[in-house]
Write a protein that binds this ligand. Structure first.
Ligand SMILES: [Zn+2]
Ligand SMILES: [Zn+2]
Length: 391
């Protein structure tokens, strides 16, 4: 089959690789009909995620048709159309039982690698390095889905791939980010980053009752999408002092909740942004918390900080004094996708949201290298790339 394989920083290739096989009774093989490139794939593309190996298949946002099932999978049939959550969960451990699906204890065979750094291992992830299980991803013609009896989510007839594909990650991720803000009527939510997750966080914040959403970025078309489709007030951080602007827009109090939908490769215009870039370049800091610092300093006293942006390792000069003395509540984590599939599908079916709004590029799988490049460089007004295998 054809698959998008990682070969090093800024080097992905579409290659012919062996078809996946059923390895365990709870596996399924999916013939992929749509798959997407995610902002978190760019952290791999840029070479910031350790334990990648040449030839690893990328991709964790994919859906398709069931073509083969292990003997223990009874809840779906061959021929069913399914989406696949990016987090792999067993469905029966301590964490899965508590709806903490992205923290599953049984899905990362390389848990020992992560435990050294993090103390405990989160769930395995598709196409996201050997640290998170070394699972082949879904930017391919076929993929093996472990714990398929728990992970596969059947899509009812009448919905297109583009309407449901983002249930795999970015819609639940934006939604959980907003949910983590503990939104009360009248609240003002500020969101750093108007990439795909930021866009879904904007819409989710309104769905959960926010009165105003303020979105922050520097890319004109992303700000425009946030403003026109998302109904957010927008700030371009290259044009205004974000902290001052937010104070002004909130009567001096600050937003009730702040979302960091940027993560480890943040940009900025202040001295600290250059400090982060320099330190990350010489590997003295793994992640650039440029947005996170602003989030903490801007948030109102007693407010909520929500972090869907991916961090991988260690960050520097986080204003912990501000966080502590302002009494902030922090919530973060990889998304518990399984928990959100049904309720968010209902929002789509009710017509409250059509997630396909975020797609700017549709490319054949063969053009994945081009897709990665324009997405990374934000060329050609690229916000979200969907890849379609041709077979
Ligand atoms: Zn993703
Ligand atoms: Zn589990």
């Amino acid at each position: 089959m054809k698959a998008v394989c990682w070969h090093g920083a800024n080097d992905v290739r579409v290659e012919t690789v062996p078809d996946p096989k059923i390895l365990n009774p709870r596996d399924a093989i999916i013939k992929i009909t749509s798959t997407a490139i995610c902002g978190s794939d760019l952290h791999i593309y840029d070479g910031y995620i350790p334990t990648m190996q040449k030839g690893d298949i990328l991709g964790h946002e994919f859906m398709g048709e069931v073509v083969e099932l292990g003997s223990a999978v009874k809840n779906v049939k061959v021929g069913d159309r399914v989406v696949v959550p990016f987090t792999i969960s067993c469905g029966s451990c301590f964490f899965c039982n508590r709806d903490l699906w992205s923290l599953c204890d049984n899905s990362n065979p390389n848990a020992w690698l992560v435990e050294k750094q993090m103390g405990h291992s989160p769930a395995g992830l598709f196409g996201y390095s050997h640290l998170f299980g070394g699972y082949a991803g879904g930017q391919a013609e076929y993929a093996r889905v472990p714990f398929a009896d728990v992970g596969l989510f059947k899509i009812p007839d009448g919905l297109t791939d583009e309407q449901v594909l983002f249930l795999t990650d970015i819609f639940p991720t934006g939604y959980m980010a907003a949910e983590n803000c503990n939104i009360k009527p009248g609240d003002i939510v500020a969101i750093w980053g108007c990439g795909p997750v930021g866009q879904f966080a904007i819409r989710s914040a309104y769905m959960l009752g926010a009165e105003r959403v303020i979105a922050i970025d520097r890319i004109p078309e992303r700000l425009q999408m946030a403003k026109e489709d998302g109904k957010a007030e927008v700030l371009n951080y290259e044009e205004v002092d974000v902290g001052e602007a937010l104070k002004e827009m909130t009567g001096g109090r600050g937003p009730d909740a702040c979302i960091d939908a940027v993560g480890m490769e943040a940009h900025g215009t202040d001295f600290m942004a250059f400090y982060d870039q320099a330190k990350q370049a010489i590997r003295l800091e793994t992640d650039r918390p440029t947005a996170l610092r602003q989030v903490i300093v801007s948030c109102r006293k007693g407010g909520h900080v929500s972090i869907p942006g991916v961090y991988g390792g260690f960050i520097d000069k986080v204003p912990m004094g501000a966080a502590m003395n302002k009494g902030l509540t922090f919530k973060m984590g990889q998304t518990h996708v399984h928990k959100y599939l049904k309720p968010l599908l209902e929002h789509i079916q009710n017509g409250e949201i059509d997630p396909s709004f975020v797609i700017t590029h549709r490319l054949p799988l063969e053009q994945a290298p081009h897709g990665y490049q324009i997405f990374k460089d934000k060329k050609d007004h690229c916000i979200k790339v969907v890849l379609q295998p041709s077979s």
